[in-house]
Design a protein around this ligand. Structure first.
Ligand code: GLN
Length: 235
């Protein structure tokens, strides 16, 4: 059994749970899902999904319930997938925090901008090419809801142990909302990255749990959680 839970503090956790249960029922991957609200629940887990929602609220609830340090330890040891607000929490740095700053888990070496497509773009969908998914030639529908934008992939100092960042998907500039200033003309290469992986962690700025396509969930279990379980057993 692979246990693979997500934080159940705030946000779209029920949808992730349903997706994992569907994956498990199909017999593709057997997954036991735990909703995580306490350090004890977190300890039972082999992987964690931090859902979309409101990153400042999730961080506040995590702080109030004594989960911030356990979450940081978890990020240092086991696979974590952050979707949307979860991606913000998983980032190294955030360039558009609310006043008073924002607590982060520093799991993935990116700088991220909250609500980065601008307030005029509440949400949009776009077909994405994603490498590494099953049937990768079939586009994955990216659902972006007040989504963050990756501002920068932070380069490793050459003496650091930092794992390389693997870009899994970029949004095509032609699919960006036309309401963006300049029609999206000044969007940088880093800002087109919408899914990436670093070591055992996965980051998507959109919401795979709001589709009926389970390939990202399968990817996380198969490519992040299971290999990490195996290496912990062998090490
Ligand atoms: N805008 C939200 C935030 O900053 C993220 C939105 C989402 O998760 N759909 O936390």
């Amino acid at each position: 059994w692979t246990r693979r839970p997500h934080t159940a503090m705030q946000g779209a956790f029920a949808e992730h749970q349903a997706m994992l249960q569907k994956l498990s029922a199909k017999g593709r991957r057997r997954v036991e899902v735990v909703q995580v609200r306490t350090p004890e629940e977190l300890r039972r887990c082999d992987g964690l999904i931090i859902p979309g929602g409101e990153s400042t609220t999730i961080a506040l609830l995590a702080r109030l319930s004594g989960m911030m340090e356990p979450l940081r330890e978890f990020v240092g040891a086991k696979p974590v997938w952050g979707t949307c607000a979860g991606a913000i929490l998983l980032a190294q740095a955030v360039s558009n925090p609310k006043r008073g700053g924002q607590e982060l888990l520093h799991g993935v070496s990116v700088e991220i901008t909250r609500n980065g497509w601008g307030s005029q773009v509440e949400s949009f969908e776009a077909p994405l090419e994603v490498s590494g998914l099953r049937n990768a030639e079939v586009p994955f529908t990216g659902v972006f809801i007040r989504a963050p934008v990756i501002a920068e992939l932070i380069e490793a100092a050459h003496d650091s142990q930092q794992q390389p960042i693997k870009v899994l998907s970029r949004i095509s500039r032609s699919l960006l909302p036309s309401s963006l200033p300049d029609g999206g003309g000044d969007v940088s290469a880093a800002q087109t990255v919408v899914a990436l992986r670093q070591g055992r962690h996965l980051l998507t700025t959109f919401h795979p749990e709001l589709t009926d396509d389970d390939r990202f969930h399968e990817y996380f279990v198969q490519e992040c959680v299971i290999p990490s379980l195996a290496s912990r057993r062998n090490g």
